[in-house]
Design a protein around this ligand. Structure first.
Ligand code: GH3
Ligand code: MG
Ligand code: MG
Ligand code: MG
Length: 293
């Protein structure tokens, strides 16, 4: 796990770096508050930070305050490092958003247990976020998370005047699979189907379960032509190879509908979903195991 160490005192930085890496943390260093804040705001920035109170430019308290105000998607656990240990200073630090504090000069063992307590919080927060956004059966995004992501991505693409494509996929005659092989076999097929279809996507695409055996892929910066190519790949990874399960080898195909949006034809999320759903319906009508844009 990455830990940010922000301190203007090179001796303090050196010591912290030394002990933290010995305890297995990956240390990122900033020597002033501005740099510290910039690092914490990065998309994959550290989730744990040890911040010196007194730093040139922007002090640790301001960094805490700004990070809490920033409304970031992830929680950053911040430990204030301070030589001011009177109650009023501690209250000020924690009011600004610090989670904990360690008195300077610090004792390594105390730093170790306080960072470890922070890590417990960060781990719990990440697990909670995973459970809230992932589908329990397949591990892909759940309905709430994929729709949330679609909404955000549509706004982002509209600002950038980029094209976004949406793929709506539905397994064919899935009820028959449940009826013939049982629901546990159906579950296995669904898991394998999402795994295969996800591998057909680019790594900045998002994939989620809309409901039952209906799946949504959000493809940013993707025109209809390329979306068709991706969807065809998703279709063929299913059609080309049957799925081996504990209950037998099961052939399963998928029907896919595509809708795209760009600056010239802006629309809201409901409209885009509706279009992809209509295309999916047309694919079913055309005989299934096909893609319609
Ligand atoms: P179509 O080709 O028209 O899509 O036919 P279908 O049978 O796939 O369509 P329908 O939507 O009627 O049936 C979907 C079935 O998927 C019904 C439901 O029991 C099953 N299903 C939904 N979620 C799950 C799941 O998590 N596990 C299993 N095993 N089955 C599921
Ligand atoms: Mg200092
Ligand atoms: Mg179906
Ligand atoms: Mg369905």
């Amino acid at each position: 796990m990455k830990v940010l160490v922000a301190d203007d005192d090179p001796v303090s930085v050196f010591y912290l770096q030394d002990v933290l890496s010995e305890w297995g943390y990956e240390v990122v260093v900033a020597t002033d508050g501005l740099a510290a804040e910039a690092i914490l705001r990065q998309e994959d920035g550290p989730l744990l930070a040890v911040l010196d109170w007194m730093m040139p430019g922007r002090d640790g308290i301001d960094v805490c305050h700004n990070i809490r105000q920033a409304g970031m998607a992830r929680y950053v656990y911040m430990i204030m490092l301070t030589s001011r240990t009177e109650t009023e200073f501690i209250v000020a630090a924690m009011n600004a958003g610090a989670d904990d504090y360690v008195a300077k000069p610090f004792i390594a063992e105390e730093m170790r247990v306080r960072v470890r307590a922070g890590r417990r919080i960060v781990d719990l927060e990440q697990e909670l976020r995973r459970q809230a956004t992932r589908d329990a059966l397949t591990g892909i995004f759940n309905r709430g998370a994929i729709l949330d992501l679609l909404q955000k991505e549509m706004a982002r693409q509209a600002r950038a005047s980029n094209c976004l494509s949406l793929i709506f996929a539905d397994l064919d005659h899935f009820k028959r699979i449940n009826d013939s092989y049982g629901h546990l076999a159906g579950d296995e097929v669904l898991r394998e189907a999402t795994r295969r279809m996800a591998s057909a996507l680019r790594n900045y695409d998002a994939f989620g379960r809309y409901g039952g055996e209906e799946l949504l892929a959000v493809l940013p910066d993707c025109d209809p032509e390329h979306a068709l190519f991706v969807a065809e790949r998703m279709r063929s990874v299913m059609a080309d190879t049957s799925v081996p399960t504990a209950y037998g080898v099961i052939a399963v195909t998928v029907s896919i509908g595509i809708a795209s949006m760009n600056a010239a034809n802006a629309m809201d999320m409901t409209e885009l979903l509706h279009r992809a759903d209509s295309a999916l319906y047309a694919a079913k009508m055309q005989g299934r195991n096909c893609v319609i844009a």
